[in-house]
Design a protein. Sequence first.
Length: 140
Amino acid sequence: MGRYPRAAVERAMKMQEVILRAISKQITWWQAAEIIGMSDRHMRRCREQYERAGFDGLLDRRRCRPSEKRVPLATVEQVLSLYREHYSDFNVRHFHEKLVEEHGIGLSYTWVKAALQGAGLVAFTPSSILPSMCAGRRPR
């Protein structure tokens, strides 16, 4: 249980408390579902899982699994060093093109931009505001 984030354990503890209150008939199952913020059908599934596996059944097992889409650390370091050493005068779009064409690194443009911004190599730009929102409506 030590490998779960603290928030996940606290959520499971709250669910256990509410389930125990519902089992002892202090509250109804739909009230328990309302307290937790889920449907009564899902609350019944959680109750069945709690009865089957105990407290560990309430923990979300997806949280401990690393993403299969995670970029390896070596690739991240390679991308950042390439930008620092060879392409620091390029904008993100042209740098992404060079990564794909010359270095064979097939990461998405959005990932490359976020990595460069996170490393402080590229400045954050404010999200584009639609021109119609800035200009307002035209008079009729």
